[in-house]
Design a binder for this molecule. Sequence first.
Ligand SMILES: Nc1ncnc2c1ncn2[C@@H]1O[C@H](COP(=O)(O)OP(=O)(O)O)[C@@H](O)[C@H]1O
Ligand SMILES: [Mg+2]
Length: 257
Amino acid sequence: MTESIAVSSGKGGVGKTTIAVNVALTLAKNGYKTLLLDADLGMANAHLVLGVNPEKNLDDFINKKIPISKISYKINKNLDFISGGSAVHSLLNLENSERYNIIKSFNDVKKTYDYMIIDIGAGADASSISFMSAANKIITVLVSEPTSFADAYSLVKASFLDEKIDNFGIVWNMSNNNFQAKSHFEKFRSISTKFLDVKLTYLGSVNNSKIIKQSILSRKPIINNHNTKEIEYFDNICKNLKNLKSNKNKSIKFFEE
Ligand SMILES: Nc1ncnc2c1ncn2[C@@H]1O[C@H](COP(=O)(O)OP(=O)(O)O)[C@@H](O)[C@H]1O
Ligand SMILES: [Mg+2]
């Protein structure tokens, strides 16, 4: 079975795409067949972080009915990528039925992949929540800012109340150190679980790093640089993903069993 993992956040700019791309590359490096889907509709930019320029994207699937298997782009032996394209305005205004079609169509490739990582839009709008509820597992990215805290709480609350999503894996990004990240996570957990019947699992932190910033600017993922210690952040997150529980909410899923 393919494990689908949606990478979400309350607010934008916290590093969702950076985390999604590097987690996908790390899983692929570890030998897992992986598909990275850029579903940040209307703001798709994972291709820039990966440093590729795929000819086809989700727009071709929606408007030209090209099958999912034919719009994916090979990044390496184990990693395929589906680009959200750029400025595809029609995707922003997707009807529920069209989102349903996108989610359903992944059944065609379910034998192909061990993991699918989905980079979704920030916030708790209908598009983000429907992609979250279609995935087995959720990663939510936070940074140590009150706005990130408040918006992530709103996202957890909306997805719990609307879709009964109750397991969230938290990645703390742009932290000063793991100790600070963990203590901020504990604060976030204690507030969230006080009011909502949810479980938050700490997956790890990624420090604020010049090397990561530079890798985005140069469009060369850090994974290609074997000597950097930044790789360890993502190895750790991928290891901890195994301890994250799947959500059992009733909703249409990416890969029906
Ligand atoms: N750990 C980090 N250290 C330094 N810069 C980072 C880190 N994570 C993300 N960034 C920077 O933050 C910006 C936003 O990241 P991005 O992944 O595009 O966020 P999002 O997808 O949430 O909007 C990017 O310019 C990226 O270079
Ligand atoms: Mg992004």
